[in-house]
Design a protein around this ligand. Sequence first.
Ligand code: 3PG
Length: 395
Amino acid sequence: MISSIKQSTNSFTHYSRPLPRNHSRLNPQIQSLPTISNPKQTLTHKIFTQKPLIVSSIEGFGPKLRTQNRNPSIECNAYGAADRSQPIDIALTEKSEAAKRAKIGVYFAIWWSLNVVFNIYNKKVLNAFPYPWLTSTLSLAVGSLIMLVSWGARIAEAPKTDLEFWKRLFPVAVAHTIGHVAATVSMSKVAVSFTHIIKSGEPAFSVLVSRFLLGESFPASVYLSLLPIIGGCALSAVTELNFNMIGFMGAMISNLAFVFRNIFSKRGMKGMAVSGMNYYACLSMLSLLILTPFAIAVEGPQMWAAGWQTALAQIGPNFVWWVVAQSVFYHLYNQVSYMSLDQISPLTFSIGNTMKRISVIVSSIIIFHTPVQPINALGAAIAILGTFLYSQAKQ
Ligand code: 3PG
């Protein structure tokens, strides 16, 4: 079993979202198009590096973003297409590539913005109402409701699922639930920026789990890229002015849980015909079922009722809107991120996720006036630089 997990997670564990069933590393539409912007350069790369031809549906988007083609036959077709290409084909391809880049750019901008808004409202709610188990449950409940209404009203097409689908989704949902509640517990105890600095260390967890639990090995450059990630996170943690052990451990547990979520997702969802949006909807619903009894056991209605009254008295009726906003934005940002996964490679997603954390860290420091020492900021910058180096080393 371990070897099958290992096989299925190979080259996958570096990104922090499950791969939907219909996500294609190489969009078939693009395969048939002459997408090589500079065949000579690509051929030279092949000769000197002996690495497979890189054909990307989003070539040129962001820093060295590429989709790795592992299918040698496609590799040959791509060369052939480049050789036979006519000016008109190239013009059409460039147009379609530009449109795709623009679409992905829009996805990323929406994803990061929604995530920033979620993090701000989530922290505002947690400051007034420190019950992370309930707020985590509400985020999942509101997301599930939005999707049920969308399916009922035929705004979105409901997925066709069977028992096998839900059985395979179960371990993914368990890991998603743990990762979600742990991150929320963390944010209830420490600054949003600190949680996200520690969460930028997720690649390190990915490599360590793959290495020590699954026996996967990596090139030395991957291990070396972990040094700035781990060192930067450690520097940030020891210089954090409002360090709290529960907050720190929550972010660490979230990292570990999301690594397992990716592993289970990749292994279990192969061949399942559900879009990114519906996949996330089903994940929310199952996670809600899993989390609800635990939330009641850990916090419970009595604590919630008392806390709710206190928060309402402190904040006023706006508090209810904050709760609605954090729940709705949680669902929306996750939904957009899963939808963008249908369009991009895991590597691109991984880089996008790191850039998302930079926007969250910076905006939350500004909005919440989080005190930051230069050495603390340096730790964060080193950790984030490490995740970029890791993304490059994993290619
Ligand atoms: C959560 O509540 O699930 C976390 O905030 C998720 O964080 P991430 O999507 O930035 O990993």
